[in-house]
Design a protein around this ligand. Structure first.
Ligand SMILES: C[S@@+](CC[C@H](N)C(=O)[O-])C[C@H]1O[C@@H](n2cnc3c(N)ncnc32)[C@H](O)[C@@H]1O
Length: 210
């Protein structure tokens, strides 16, 4: 599993590597652009203001929202990613911090209309994912929505099938979402598949579809 120094080294090439895997429709980034676009469009349709991005990386998604006038907040543990994203979004509130230890203090005092996490939470164990996401649900405004776009599967069987097809390319250190195994923890949620290896989990604070 990459640590913050690993992500520092990957930062300058990150967008290019992701683009290649997505264009070739191969694991792990098959569906990446579709997923980011869908989250972007869902947020644009709402009268949202404050957006929190967990593991924002180079800021591909949040920069577009920033340019549309949304207030952008975020947390990432890579110095280099924070630097790259801050250059694109100078008036955003981007914090350096390891989310496996929770949110940094500067982000806990705010409420958010939407919380995004794309291709970042697979660094947490399933137990820690549930604990952290529940903390995030507590920070949503009424009608708020969490959008998690990641390598993710509806069932364990789907994951195993993808793993078998990927063979030696499969990353055994990453812990991918299996929606069936966490959905009881989040009754107001749904999973939408965007490729053989990825999808979006939407979680609403209230019992209203987002
Ligand atoms: C694969 S990149 C995804 C970047 C961006 N969200 C995207 O969709 O392109 C994962 C990001 O999460 C950050 N990250 C991974 N583990 C983290 C942790 N424990 N705490 C904070 N940031 C983390 C990395 O630094 C990196 O910027």
């Amino acid at each position: 599993m990459l640590d913050n120094k690993g992500f520092d080294l990957w930062a300058d090439n990150y967008d290019k590597t992701v683009g290649i895997s997505d264009n070739d429709n191969t694991y792990p980034f098959a569906g990446y652009k579709k997923i980011l676009n869908e989250i972007y469009n869902c947020i644009l349709k709402k009268s949202f203001k404050n957006i929190l991005d967990i593991g924002f990386g180079t800021g591909t998604l949040t920069t577009k929202l920033y340019e549309k006038g949304f207030n952008i907040y975020g947390q990432d543990f890579s110095n280099k990613m924070v630097e790259l994203a801050k250059n694109k979004m100078p008036n955003s509130e981007l914090f350096k911090g390891d989310f496996s230890k929770g949110l940094v203090e500067g982000l806990k005092s705010q409420k958010y209309d939407s919380i995004i996490a794309t291709y970042s939470l697979h660094h947490l164990t399933d137990k820690d994912k549930v604990k952290f996401i529940k903390e995030l649900v507590g920070l949503l405004n009424e009608n708020g929505v969490i959008y998690i776009g990641d390598v993710a599967f509806a069932t364990r069987g789907d994951l195993e099938k993808c793993k078998e097809q990927c063979g030696e390319h499969w990353d055994n250190e990453e812990i991918y979402f299996v929606y069936d195994e966490i959905k009881e923890e989040f009754p107001n949620s749904e999973f939408i598949k965007y490729s053989a290896c990825a999808g979006i989990i939407k979680i609403w604070k209230e019992d209203i579809e987002g």
